[in-house]
Design a binder for this molecule. Structure first.
Ligand SMILES: [Zn+2]
Length: 91
């Protein structure tokens, strides 16, 4: 009788912890996908991945191409003011 109750207790514990009692070596199983995604489906998803060109603005101070919302690396101006000092020797 004692053996039976321990077996039932083990069964209930394994059920609670979501352990397959027939294969205890595998341990706790988390949620698993039912089947693998096909190569075609993966390719369809990845077909929308594209490399985008960065939008390039023109510095109103020195008319060099600059990235928008960034200080100009050529003259150091942003929003009509000099915000970073650019050494002419390093440039
Ligand atoms: Zn500039």
């Amino acid at each position: 009788m004692e053996f039976f109750t321990t077996c039932v207790a083990k069964f209930l514990l394994y059920k609670k912890l979501n352990i397959d009692s027939r294969n205890k070596k595998e341990g706790i199983k988390m949620a698993q996908p039912k089947r693998r995604w096909s190569k075609a489906r993966t390719g369809l998803r990845r077909s929308t991945w594209k490399v985008e060109k960065p939008s390039i603005a023109t510095c109103p101070h020195c008319h060099e191409p600059v990235l928008p919302h960034r200080a100009c690396t050529n003259c150091g101006y942003y929003n009509g003011k000099e915000v970073i000092s650019v050494n002419e020797e390093n440039a």
